[in-house]
Design a protein around this ligand. Sequence first.
Ligand SMILES: Nc1ncnc2c1ncn2[C@@H]1O[C@H](COP(=O)(O)OP(=O)(O)O)[C@@H](O)[C@H]1O
Ligand SMILES: [Mg+2]
Length: 381
Amino acid sequence: MNVAEMLDGKRVCVCAGSGGVGKTTTSAAIALGMAATGAKVAVVTIDPANRLANALGLEQLGNEPRRVEPERLAGSGLDIQGELWAMMLDPKRTFDELIDRIAADPERAQEIKDNRVYRELSTAVSGSQELTAIAKLFELDQDADFDLLVLDTPPSRNALEFLDAPGRLNAFLEGRALKAFMRPTGLGIRALGRGALPLLGGLRRITGIDLISDLTTFFSLLGDMTSDFSQRAAQVEQLLRSPGTAFLLITSAAREPVDEAIWFGQRLESDGLPFAGVVVNRVHHDLLGDRPPREVKRSLARVLPPGLATRVTENFRDYHVLARRDEDNLGRLADALGADRLLLVPQLDDDVHDIEGLVRIHRYLFGSQAERERLIDDLVA
Ligand SMILES: Nc1ncnc2c1ncn2[C@@H]1O[C@H](COP(=O)(O)OP(=O)(O)O)[C@@H](O)[C@H]1O
Ligand SMILES: [Mg+2]
């Protein structure tokens, strides 16, 4: 199965996986490929490398998708039947917009946004990116008319954090801490328990931050908005579970990301979430095979300067080792999640920083089985 088949009839594609494996790159290549098939696609990226952002025309922030001008895609060699849109997520702004949308009135919204606890919460790197990514996805799904949304998930240390983030925030907002703080100032503090008081007091002395009053204000400002939060959280969960959604796991072939992908895949299945497939990026193929390195070097020396021939041979030898390692990990991945669900993208000899690079990745994701096999054969030959 290629990506087009995996995403057939889907409206949302969540690309999940550990950081640094090529999630952002793959998300962009998927969106490009689906746009080529005629769909109006938006890719929501989180942290595109600068050059890729430039290539997509993403340098302006705006927190809304913008169309990638067809001229940018013209040289790609792909015939783009549909439309490619892209946006770079701005977590702080997404959070603010969420508050604007559900606060009773603009004054209340402003007070919340000025509150220190809110500011900390909305800019804390861990958790808030996951949360806002999903919030944005939900909003686009409701309000915009895309055929497909491709979500590049944040570079969490652990991919599962993405699934847990909304639940954690919701638990925090709904939880007992909240109920306690909702009572008039003072009572809330007592409800925290005697142990916490010296702690918070100490914190205030050291940091000068009056956490107690900030927290109390924050929660009383939120007031009845929490029920809207829970309602939204429930709708978001519904979206993630819907048959129109597909989770694609992105991983490299190294041991840790593969372990994590196996974990994540199993968790998706046990949670009943729609798991479509796995893209294994940056796979090393054995360029040396059974040929003895010395022989390879001799034949390379006929066409290359000696120093270069040596370096290329060494490179082949490194690849040979990495390819063995990758093969082991791929075997484990296939056993755990099913071989027919894996799509392999090779380690390219250059970074992917422009449309041309995306097209190179695209071939491995959207080619037919035979085409993909031929590409890999060509690579190794
Ligand atoms: N198949 C590949 N071959 C070579 N370089 C790649 C490949 N896939 C991604 N890269 C490069 O790896 C780096 C990390 O990719 P990125 O998509 O930003 O990862 P992530 O979003 O998972 O952190 C980028 O410089 C990108 O160009
Ligand atoms: Mg990324």
